[in-house]
Design a protein around this ligand. Structure first.
Ligand code: DOR
Ligand code: ZN
Length: 427
């Protein structure tokens, strides 16, 4: 029997410290507990939360193992407090069939540091032309489908995808970008892009697709998930759609909660991401929308890239930023220290809502006796300085390099097994 005691922790940051006894992967007791044979983690008053769930991670395997693998990405996830991640389908080959998604799931199980759920592509080769075999992939256990990196822009194909997703009880996650409006786009369309001479990516290219997809989802009574919401207008569209009963959920990334297009001043491609960094007004609106539940959850869009694909001229650089190991700290900085969310709110947006959206029965559960022990221990008082080279990812493209951030993951527990502790993966 595998027994773990987490001593002196405050579930959801509330009340006096308690001990949590975990037996065979399940929370067996909360209070003053003793068990001489148990492995012990000293919580030292840390905040105990349900393990984080990331609906949007790029693990790059198969195809770009020079930038990340399922193993290195799993390490980054465990160190970031995650107990489940969804691996996006834009790999090479694309995860648009049962063979690739089963490979990703199997490799995730072998590594065993975090539950790796493969996302299936919506269309064959992410080309937006022909629906992939959603049913075959769903049969292997795929819960989320997305062409992320590309928008499912054809409204008829999107409608069909939503109809299938309803029948299969899965969810389509849309990368909302009307491609006709973003040809050659390099930065948020606005003053800053004009000044820097960068081709603009208009807010309306995102908002128009989100509005259209909300209408389609309502029409066919399917669920829709919106990836990486980046504009205040999209938050308005979501609020409207939710008010009229659309089954829509949405995520925001840590970088869109903190960074603005003012960062583009230096032309450093570490700040290039899709959708692009927007304005300060957008950032404020996204924080409010997340606090109010208009945006349901935080997802990292962890997007590792090789040095040669980032350390080059702006227009040639690939979009994307690392996120798994900095997400919690950015959420604390932007949402907790601003009093927009308390720790229960953090549990909601980083664990409970994403688990519910993806339909994971054993993640994002309350911290109670009888519940699965998928947990993260957070030191809210810690401060640390981000160093890309020290992160577990193979790539180092973090826009937070050199920043001092609040809060650190003390330990991550997956079904009662310690997957990360004090910034290390246990042997
Ligand atoms: O910045 C991004 N990077 N946005 C995407 O949609 C795709 C991702 C990637 O795969 O690098
Ligand atoms: Zn995307």
């Amino acid at each position: 029997m595998n027994t773990l005691i987490i001593r002196g922790v405050r579930p959801y940051g509330e009340g006096d410290p308690v001990d949590v006894l975990v037996r065979d992967g399940v929370i067996a007791e909360i209070g003053d507990v003793e068990d001489d044979d148990a492995e012990v983690i000293d919580g030292d008053g840390a905040v105990l939360l349900p393990g984080f769930v990331d609906l949007h991670t790029h693990l790059r395997e198969p195809g770009r193992e020079d930038t990340e693998t399922i193993e290195t990405g799993s390490r980054a996830a465990a160190l970031g407090g995650y107990t489940a991640v969804f691996a996006m389908a834009n790999t090479d080959p694309v995860a648009d069939n049962a063979v690739v998604v089963e490979h990703v799931a199997r490799r995730g199980r072998e590594v065993g540091l975090v539950d790796v759920h493969p996302v299936g592509a919506v269309t064959v080769g992410l080309k937006g032309e022909k629906l992939a075999e959603l049913g075959t992939m769903a049969k292997t256990g795929v819960r989320v489908f997305s062409d992320d990196g590309h928008c499912v822009h054809d409204p008829l194909i999107m409608r069909r995808a939503l109809e299938y997703s309803k029948a299969l009880d899965v969810v389509v996650a849309q990368h909302a970008e009307e491609p006709r409006l973003t040809v050659g786009a390099q930065a948020h369309e606005g003053e800053q892009a004009s000044r820097l001479g960068l081709q603009g990516w208009p807010a309306a290219a995102e908002e128009a697709i989100v509005a259209r997809d909300c209408l389609l989802a309502k029409q066919v009574d399917a669920r829709l998930h919106v990836c990486h919401v980046s504009t205040s207008g999209t938050a308005d569209v979501l609020a409207w759609a939710k008010a009229r009963g659309t089954k829509v959920s949405a995520e925001v990334t840590p970088h869109h909660l903190l960074l603005t297009d003012e960062r583009l001043e230096t032309y450093d491609p570490v700040n290039k991401v899709n959708p692009p960094l927007r304005t300060g007004d957008d950032v404020q609106a996204l924080r409010r929308a997340l606090a109010e539940g208009v945006i349901d959850c935080v997802a990292t869009d962890h997007a590792p890239h090789a040095v040669q694909d980032k350390d080059c001229e702006w227009s040639a650089a690939r979009p994307g930023m690392l996120g798994l190991q900095t997400a919690l700290s950015i959420v604390v900085e932007t949402m907790v220290e601003t009093d927009l969310l308390d720790w229960r709110g953090v549990a909601r947006v980083m664990s409970e809502r994403p688990a519910a959206i993806a339909g994971l029965p054993d993640q994002g559960r309350p911290i109670e006796v009888g519940e699965p022990a998928n947990l993260v221990l957070v030191d809210p008082g810690a401060r640390w300085t981000v160093r890309g080279a020290e992160l577990a990812s193979i790539s180092a493209n973090t826009p937070f390099e050199g920043m001092e951030l609040p809060a650190r993951v003390v330990a991550t527990v997956l079904r009662g097994r310690v997957t990360a502790t004090s910034g290390r993966i246990p042997a």
